[in-house]
Structure formats: structure tokens, C-alpha cells
Design a protein around this ligand. Structure first.
Ligand SMILES: Cc1ncc(COP(=O)(O)O)c(C=O)c1O
Length: 384
């Protein structure tokens, strides 16, 4: 018997090292990593700047707790909130924790309880974040769930209008639903949400755990929409592989998170903050972000021939968070692609998600698209 709980359906290869977009297994076989550890390794594996930051910081100070002032947290908070509608940051260790903070803050600030969320959303596995998640399979067996979450279909204004009432504290959403199938918000729906929030005095929580920190070609995905968030949650790409999460909020909300209201021992630990500062200093550079957009263009161009295959239904997503939508199950293609040297991750049952490091090269994008095409062609031959 394994000494580990079997809560992950792990793939059998054993990755031992990585550099940039390429990882190697214990037998020395190379793979193009188009998972980035599920949208985490934003600057690629073992980026020299992050390695250096971690080395330097690890010789200075690892941990001191939030009992003490932290100029490094202050600086990171300023970088994350600059030129956004947000003013303050709280640091934690994961996406689920960031969303727990958001749920607590929204309830405390408004004195209301209901949070409206969307079908196919994913907000994490802790009790509050799980209750917010719009996927039954995530919640099965874990009831009774935290009450007062109302879940409606995504991109459905009428359903949303019915759900948002006097008792509603916040609407919580992903601009692109990652785990749920790379489902992109419609511009008109985003406008309707904003109007509803403004007219009803309802807070807007945007979960940018997967879409944030340059993944879609802007610092945050909401910047490409008419949405003006009161709260934004981050994790994954923020630490480039070092665990860190964050909740950003407006000044108006900050008075509701005074001393003693919320906290965590490790959140904003000096190692995590030093690495995250290095990551955002790279990613928030206008030239870097423009390059992500250019890489999206290249990847879409390379993936376009897939649309002629009968197995492929379409392409979805933004930036370097693209989904190849299949008619059938994505898992067998993902498995076969791995054998062919390309690591991918499904989103929902029939979408292949492509999440390369933001530092991926044009050549790697071309190679990955070619492997994926060969894999789909090979798979259909075996089936016929
Ligand atoms: C949009 C979104 N929110 C929250 C989470 C949960 O983050 P974590 O696994 O760091 O708790 C995820 C993880 O996939 C996510 O994609």
C-alpha cells in the first residue's frame, strides 16, 4: 500500500528536473511542459532570476511571521495594486486560501451572506471555496456545505438577475473558467454583471488564481473586460512555483479587515514574497506582456490546422491559456501526448488545456502544436 492518500489520479512518469519549458523524467526522457504545474511556473522551470532570489533570501531570513512589519510585503502589495481599482493586499499560501479571505471579507464588509457563483466554476477545495465552486463532483460526500452560495449558469444574464437580491454580498467569478473547460466570459455578460453590481451595491470578486499574473497577456484578465473588481484573488503564477496566494481589495473594504479579523502564520513569508516580487517585476513589464500576446498569436496560428480534424470542435481561451475543444474525451489524447513528449492537462471532460510557461519560445510553441496534431491523428487511426 502507498504511504500517500490516493486523492490524486497521478500520472506514472516521475519528473526529476526542469529548465525553461523542458522537463526530464528519471530515465532522462524530455517533455515540453505545457502544464506549467497547472499555470504556476510562469517564468519556466529554474528561471535564473528566481533561483538567485531564493538563494540570496534563504541566506538572510526564511520566516518571521506576521507579528512584525514587512517592507517586502508592502512593496509587493504596491506592485500588485498599482494602476488597478485595488489598494491593499493580504498574503496567504494558496488560491483556496485567497478565496476564503475574499468570502469572509465580502460577508463582513456588507453584513450580507449570499455569494452568487457560476456553474463550472472552480474556486478551491477548502470548505468555503468548495461551496462556492459550481461543480457537484467537487462537493460530493463533503456536506453539509457552507450555506448561502447561489450558483447560476455562466454567461446567462437573466439567471444572474434572478439570483442577485437584497441579501447578496457579492458575485464571484473567473473571467476564464480554467478547470471548468476554458470558458471565456462574454463581453456583454461582463457589462451586465458590472451594471448589476453598481445598481445593487453588490461586491465583485474576481478569482484570478489561474488567469492572473500575465497568463492571458495582461497583468490580470479582468483588464480585458469592462469589469471593475472590489476584490481579486491570486495564487499559482504569482510565486512562479513557490507557494503564495494573495487577496487584493479596495481601500473602502480595508477597514473591515482590521487587526485580529483574519490571518495566517506562513502568509507573505519572506521567501515567498521575495520570489513573487521577482516574478511580477518580470511579468508586469509591458514588453513581456506584449510578448505573451504575440505568443498567443503564434500558438493559435500553429493550432489552426487542428480545426480541420474531425475530432476537433474548436479553440478557446486567451493568451497562453488556450483550450482545444474536442468532440470526445480529452484524457486519452493527453495521455498519448505525454508518451509523445508533450505534457498537457485536460479542462473538463473534453478540453485539452495548453498552459506553457509565459517564457515559452516560438520554436517550442511550434513543436508542441505539431506533437498535438500528430497525437490526435495517431489516436484516430488506432480507433478506426
Ligand atoms: C480559478 C481557481 N481558483 C482557485 C483555485 C484553487 O487554488 P489552490 O489549488 O492553490 O488552492 C484554482 C486551482 O486550480 C483555480 O484554478
Amino acid at each position: 500500500m502507498s504511504a500517500l492518500f490516493q486523492n490524486y489520479a497521478r500520472r506514472s512518469i516521475h519528473i526529476t528536473e526542469g529548465k525553461g519549458t523542458v522537463v526530464k523524467d528519471e530515465n532522462g526522457k524530455s517533455y515540453l511542459d505545457f502544464t506549467s504545474g497547472i499555470a504556476v511556473v510562469s517564468l519556466g522551470h529554474a528561471h535564473p532570476s528566481i533561483v538567485k532570489t531564493l538563494q540570496v533570501q534563504s541566506e538572510k531570513l526564511w520566516h518571521i511571521s506576521n507579528l512584525f512589519e514587512s517592507p517586502a510585503q508592502e512593496k509587493l502589495a504596491e506592485t500588485l495594486t498599482a494602476d488597478t481599482p485595488l489598494d491593499c493586499a493580504f498574503f496567504c499560501n494558496s488560491g483556496a486560501e485567497a478565496n476564503e479571505a475574499a468570502i469572509k471579507l465580502a460577508r463582513k464588509a456588507t453584513g450580507k451572506h449570499v455569494i452568487v457563483t457560476f456553474e463550472q466554476s472552480f474556486h478551491g477545495r477548502t470548505t468555503g471555496a468548495m461551496a462556492a465552486t459550481g461543480q457537484d463532483k467537487v462537493k460530493q460526500g463533503f456536506g453539509p456545505l457552507m450555506p448561502e452560495f447561489r450558483t447560476v449558469p455562466f454567461n446567462d444574464t437573466e439567471a444572474l438577475k434572478h439570483a442577485v437580491k437584497e441579501d447578496t454580498a457579492a458575485i464571484m467569478l473567473e473571467v476564464i473558467q480554467g478547470e471548468g473547460g476554458v470558458n471565456v466570459i462574454q463581453e456583454s455578460f461582463a457589462r451586465d454583471i458590472q451594471e448589476l453590481c453598481d445598481s445593487m451595491g453588490v461586491l465583485l470578486i474576481i478569482d484570478e488564481v489561474q488567469t492572473g499574473i500575465g497568463r492571458t497577456g495582461t497583468r490580470y484578465a479582468f483588464e480585458q473586460t469592462p469589469l471593475v473588481p472590489d476584490i481579486v484573488t491570486l495564487a499559482k503564477g504569482l510565486g512562479g512555483g513557490f507557494p503564495i496566494g494573495s487577496m487584493l481589495g479596495t481601500e473602502r473594504l480595508s477597514t473591515h479587515f482590521g487587526p485580529g479579523t483574519h490571518g495566517t502564520t506562513f502568509g507573505g513569508n519572506p521567501l515567498a514574497v521575495a520570489v513573487a516580487q521577482t516574478v511580477v517585476d518580470h511579468v508586469f513589464d509591458a514588453v513581456f506582456l506584449q510578448e505573451v500576446k504575440e505568443k498567443e498569436r503564434v500558438l493559435r496560428e500553429q493550432l489552426a490546422p487542428l480545426l480541420d480534424l474531425p475530432e476537433v470542435k474548436g479553440l478557446t481561451g486567451k493568451g497562453l491559456m488556450l483550450g482545444v475543444v474536442l468532440h470526445d474525451e480529452a484524457a486519452p489524447i493527453v495521455q498519448q501526448a505525454e508518451e509523445n513528449g508533450l505534457l498537457l492537462v485536460p479542462a473538463g471532460p473534453n478540453v485539452i488545456r495548453m498552459l506553457p510557461p509565459l517564457t515559452v519560445t516560438e520554436q517550442e510553441l511550434k513543436e508542441a502544436a505539431a506533437i498535438l496534431k500528430q497525437t490526435i491523428l495517431g489516436h484516430s487511426k488506432v480507433k478506426s
